[in-house]
Design a protein around this ligand. Structure first.
Ligand SMILES: Cc1cc2nc3c(=O)[nH]c(=O)nc-3n(C[C@H](O)[C@H](O)[C@H](O)COP(=O)(O)OP(=O)(O)OC[C@H]3O[C@@H](n4cnc5c(N)ncnc54)[C@H](O)[C@@H]3O)c2cc1C
Length: 313
């Protein structure tokens, strides 16, 4: 049964699935609902959803997709994604727990892209290494955090990353020095030039483990108090416009609690669009556009989405 998925060129769905299974060494699901793989809990089916067994399998899967002209999209923990209701045509490659080796030596961490930031921060804590406390509450993978230069509470990936192992669009595997990653506010060179982050070298300072633990606990309380963590979302929906705070602008437009379908502006933090339970991607997108128009009208500020929108809407 191929659940409405079409083969590509001369290849049938079954032969594509078998090929992907072979190269990925992991699981290949058909018509997999992306709502199961995004923190927004929204998104239609991915034709092929692949979880490669390791870093080498991830590269092999990408090589095969390119060779067979299968469109592909790499995701981490789906915590910055809005996937369209009609899903994703082609192959979604999920870099997760099977690509998450982590080795710590002399204050230096080598970690693969699929490790969660929470796990990484806790491993640093176990070694009394400070500098990653900011990341403990960000629900993404290391790979996603490198692409987005994720940050919070005064820290960002760029402060701790020394080098990133990138599988480039032309099929080379190379270490890119942090200075060449063009890290900026929620930006890295990977957004501009493509390429897959497979691992990173992170350097931290020796610290006091109870102080590190206390800081992580404090930041966690701040998050829980200020952010609507009780609802599915993709975190801050919009980037911070220069000189303003997106949440404050949205609040000052009187939009706290405003909803379209199942998507709503959080009452707790207006910078978050939340899924009240039954939201579709179309609801979220329409609400984002509504917010952008209102803020533009009232303050002449253009809000840019921080969340990445992918697939068919
Ligand atoms: C409740 C909540 C709170 C949040 N708080 C913060 C915060 O404080 N600070 C912050 O910066 N963000 C925050 N976020 C957003 C999100 O967690 C980060 O952007 C995170 O870095 C995304 O990682 P991910 O693995 O989930 O990436 P995904 O959402 O899976 O992907 C994001 C983008 O990165 C690409 N990508 C993912 N992995 C790779 C890879 N290995 N190689 C190449 N491209 C890749 C994807 O193609 C996509 O374009 C929050 C989100 C939520 C839901």
């Amino acid at each position: 049964m191929n659940r409405g998925i079409k083969g590509i060129g001369l290849m049938s769905v079954d032969s594509i699935q078998a090929l992907l299974k072979d190269v990925s060494g992991g699981s290949v699901k058909l018509a997999e609902p992306m709502s199961l793989h995004t923190t927004f809990r929204v998104g239609g089916p991915a034709d092929y959803f692949v979880e490669p067994a390791g870093a080498k399998n991830t590269m092999d899967t990408i090589i095969i997709c390119r060779r067979q002209k299968l469109p592909y999209y790499v995701i981490g923990r789906g915590s910055n994604l809005l996937v369209g209701d009609r899903g994703i045509r082609g192959v979604v490659i999920h870099i997760g727990d099977s690509v998450s080796k982590c080795v710590i030596e002399d204050g230096k961490i080598y970690a693969e892209a699929g490790i969660s930031l929470a796990m990484l921060a806790h491993k640093a804590l176990e070694e009394s290494l400070e500098g990653l406390e900011f990341a403990a509450g960000i629900p993404g993978s290391l790979g996603g955090a490198l692409v987005m230069n994720a940050g919070a509470y005064g820290g960002e990936m760029k402060d701790v990353v020394k080098a990133v192992q990138v599988f480039t669009p032309d099929g080379l595997l190379r270490w890119v020095d942090a200075h060449d990653m063009e890290f900026g506010y929620r930006h890295s060179i990977l957004q501009k030039e493509g390429g897959i982050a497979l691992a990173a070298e992170i350097e931290l300072q020796k610290g006091d483990s109870s102080a590190i633990k206390t800081k992580m606990a404090e930041l966690s309380v701040r998050r829980r108090t200020k952010q609507p963590l009780e609802y599915p979302s993709a975190g801050s929906t919009f980037k911070r416009p220069e000189g303003f705070f997106a949440g404050k602008l949205i609040q000052d437009c009187g939009l706290a609690g405003f909803s379209i379908g199942g998507a709503a502006v959080s009452q707790k933090h207006c910078g978050f669009v939340i899924n009240k339970g039954e939201a579709t991607a179309a609801d979220v997108l329409e609400l984002c556009e509504y917010i952008q128009n209102k803020v533009k009208e009232k303050f002449d500020v253009r809000l840019e989405k921080e969340i990445r929108c992918i697939g068919e809407f």
